[in-house]
Design a protein around this ligand. Structure first.
Ligand SMILES: CC(C)(COP(=O)(O)OP(=O)(O)OC[C@H]1O[C@@H](n2cnc3c(N)ncnc32)[C@H](O)[C@@H]1OP(=O)(O)O)[C@@H](O)C(=O)NCCC(=O)NCCS
Length: 327
């Protein structure tokens, strides 16, 4: 079995990659929608603004049996961790293939000057012992929740919307943030409670626009609702509706800046988002979200809206010096 770089994948390699993802999903569906071939292709072919990517596969008997994608956000150097995702066909596990792919990725991380790497995995899956046996430690537990819009009682959204706090007004936009709100949104993004968010990754107007560009490049639609106090953004929420949406949209960031907390702004902007999506994207039937397991306020807001816990995932991190193949 050989490890090959697939940085410029052929059609056959894209198909092979997709077949690996499909086989892994079939063995452990974890309530996720099945992988979509067009998304796989776009993910492998499309260049992403602000990040580079390295891809490898293990082939054997003319088939792809395992794949690894390493995302390198920002510039080379120690500033931000790389992000690794390895998938091995169920029938080919425990033969060291995951470990071999990790070793190759570790070489690329060193060559790029990175000092750490992160991976997001589902609790209770083989990924946990795999990462723990390779120098990774859990840095964050995330609770995956799902809101089924058909289960939201009639009138709840309207009631929450009407209960908005005095002195604030709602604004909303689709896609990139309008120039007039860009700096204010970057300031509000600092309010996010994300302990694993990489210390050196500062939010500025440029990075806010870059994130919207990444979503648009994938063909997805970003919706943002914000609560304004004067010209400042007191709180905001973002939802992404994937291209070719089959009913499930994804919650992105939500934050209320510290001096505006305690006034139900979080639930207000989220209710306004549901109201907007019902009108603009009636095909959306479910919204998935992930919150840090210790973020009690956000979990309470989501539970009040009707989100239900689905699964737990974990963010693991390793120092590159702890990875296999270290000199
Ligand atoms: C996690 C995954 C990539 C591991 O791939 P793999 O090829 O089976 O891993 P390896 O054979 O290199 O395993 C190396 C070591 O990890 C540990 N390990 C891996 N799977 C394990 C399991 N199911 N139970 C206990 N330990 C396990 C063992 O220490 C193993 O060494 P050993 O077999 O000598 O005991 C694979 O199970 C997978 O594709 N899972 C689904 C996708 C996923 O969650 N990816 C993780 C994102 S990084």
């Amino acid at each position: 079995m050989d490890v090959i770089a697939v940085d410029d994948p052929t059609d056959a390699q894209i198909q092979g990659w997709h077949d690996v993802l499909t086989a892994v999903h079939a063995a452990d569906p974890a309530a996720e929608p099945a992988p979509d071939p067009e998304r796989t292709a776009r993910g492998l072919l499309g260049a992403e603004p602000g990040a580079r990517r390295r891809l490898w596969a293990v082939t054997g008997g003319g088939h792809m049996v395992a794949v690894a994608a390493l995302r390198l956000p920002g510039d080379p150097g120690a500033g931000r961790p790389g992000e690794i995702d390895i998938q091995v066909r169920p029938g080919h596990r425990r033969r060291g293939l995951g470990g071999r792919l990790l070793t190759v990725a570790a070489g690329a991380l060193r060559a790029d000057g990175r000092t750490s790497v992160i991976a997001q995995v589902l609790a209770g899956t083989p990924a946990v012992p795999f990462l723990e046996s390779h120098g990774f430690e859990c840095v964050l537990t995330l609770r995956g929740m799902l809101l089924r819009l058909d289960d939201v009682p009639a009138g709840r959204v309207a009631r929450l919307l009407a209960g908005g706090p005095e002195g604030y007004r709602l604004v909303r936009w689709r896609g990139a943030v309008p120039d007039e709100h860009a700096a204010a949104l970057a300031r509000a993004k600092h309010a996010m409670a994300d302990p694993a968010e990489y210390e050196a990754a500062v939010w500025d107007a440029h990075r806010v626009r870059e994130m919207a560009e990444i979503v648009a490049k994938r063909g997805d639609d970003l919706y943002t609702v914000a609560a304004l106090s004067g010209g400042a953004i007191a709180g905001f929420t973002e939802v992404v509706v994937p291209d070719g949406c089959t009913g499930r949209a994804a919650q992105y960031d939500t934050a209320v800046v510290p001096e505006h907390r305690g006034r139900r702004i979080g639930i207000w902007v989220k209710a306004a988002m549901l109201d907007w999506l019902a009108e603009a994207r009636p095909g959306v039937r479910e919204i998935e979200t992930e919150n840090a397991g210790d973020n009690a306020h956000m979990l309470a807001v989501n539970e009040e809206l009707g989100f239900r816990a689905e699964r737990e995932s974990m963010e693991y991190q390793a120092a590159v010096t702890a990875l296999p193949g270290a000199p």
